[in-house]
Every structure is written in structure tokens, then in C-alpha cells.
Design a protein around this ligand. Sequence first.
Ligand code: ZN
Length: 320
Amino acid sequence: MAATIPGIHHVTCITGDVQKCTDFYVGVLGLRFVKKSINQDLPDTYHIYFGDYLGSPGTAMTFFGWPTWPKQRSGSGQVTTVAFQVPAGSLGFWSNRLQKLGVDHEKSNRFGTEALALRDADAIEIELVAEAADDRWTPWPDSQVDKENAIRGFHSVTLTLAETAASFDLLTSTMGFRKKSVDGKRTRFETGEGGPHAVVDVVESPEGPLGEESIGTVHHVAWRTADADSQKAWRERLIMAGRNVTPLIDRWYFKSIYYREPGGVLFEIATDGPGFTVDEPAEKLGTTLSLPPWFQVRRDRLDEILPPIVVPTTATTGAH
Ligand code: ZN
């Protein structure tokens, strides 16, 4: 029996403009730029990471910088909303901040909890949910957003699926999620101890459109596992359940396996460690181009071809 999945590890999206993306996540949302690295499968392109002070599992929003990719709307078979947890009572602060920075947003409500809905620099749908029960985050002292109002990591992700039956079965029978509540076409599941960072919503949308891997979409969501042993157990369990799972892949900051759930969404299961301090001290995270040892030979070329990224030190306009 595999261990339980504690919650979300990271969420990875596609941006067309790494600078605008950085301006938004650091200068508007107040996350820390924790790692500047490359996409290991397309090593001439960036993989950049935003999170809490350490990029703790459950806080890291990451982006592939693929400026030449098409830009299309998200759709079924994808993660269509990424929700962050903010303290109850902080939505007034956030609404003022977003308004001041020119970021359109509206109030929403998810299963009785208040939230703000907005879009990031690539038009990915973001929510700030006023429910923060998570004490695993490490505040970043230099954030533009004070600790009392700061994002504490992920709250949940929403998957949009054309058909849900087989996906519900995988989530509950194989992955250990529990069905929590239903609101129209939206069904909520929890894993581990439940609550913020351990929540996935599934929205049934048979009418489409089908999502495509493009700028402004979520590429995959990664779920947490403790270590390589529990990851191996997950791999075996998922293969038994008929999933086509990749071999274990060393991402340097964590180890990963990938598979698609039956509705088409790309899932990853990633180890909590070793984490982003594996090659930079905590106070220097994100300040240099970090490359896994096996990519070091490419450093000179990468320094030449990758565009510079300036991490803002003051609030940036979110208009786009
Ligand atoms: Zn990933």
C-alpha cells in the first residue's frame, strides 16, 4: 500500500515572456524568484520557479519559457485554474493591491470560501482563496507583500475534463483522494490531511474546447511524495492501475515520475527533497543560472542565448 499523497508539490505552466511572468509573480503576487534553470527536455529554454523563501513543496509555481509556442486558450484535459491560499481576511488587501497595480480581478466563491479570480501575465486563471491552514511555508522577508497577507502556497488546482468517471476512479481508487463535495459540475476531492494544498476540484465540461499545450496554459501538476521509495511504490501502483508511467527522472531539485490521468491531464509525482538549496544557499536562491551537473557543459552557450531576467525589487504594474 502506497503512502498517502500529502498534497500539491508544484504546478508548471507555459509562459511566452519570462520577464513579464517574473514581474507578475514577484512584483504583483510577492512570491520569491527561487530558481533560474533550464527545461531539461528543451535545454535551450528557461525553467523558472517562484515560491516561498525556500520554494518549499506546495509553494512552487514554475514556468517553461517558450516564446515561440502558439498562444491558445486552455480547455478540457488540462489544469485550468491554479488557486493560492491567502489568509482569511486578506482579500481586501489583495483587492486594493491588484487595483493599484492595474490587475483586473473579481470576487468568486468556492464551496463557501471567498476568493478573488484574476489572470496572470499569460492569462492563466489564478485564484486567491481566503483559507490558509498551512504552516509549512517559510515567509520571504524581502517580499513586496507583508507576511500577514502573503500567499502561503497553493490552495488547490482545478482540472477541466470532458468525461470524469475514469478520472474520479483513478483519484479515489488508486491515488487515495476522497470525494468531499459537489457543486453543480464541480466536484471537490481532498488528499492527505485535507485543507489548503491538498485539494483538487474537477469540473466536467463535455462541450469542450479541448485544451492544447500552448502559452498561457498549465503544463502539469505535481503531487508530493516523501522520497524515492514511496515514489517507486506509487509507480508500481499506477502501472497496476493501467497508467503509462515514465521511469524515474532526476530533476536535480527533486525526482519525478509522470503519467496522464484518464481525462488527459499530465500528472507528476515528485519527491519533497532535496529541494532548491541543493545548489544555492537559501539567501542566494534564484540569483544565478542553476544547471544540473550533467548540463554544466552547456553553460557558456546558455549564457549567450537565454535572455536576461531582471527580478523586480519594487511593485510592478500587472497590466498586460
Ligand atoms: Zn514538474
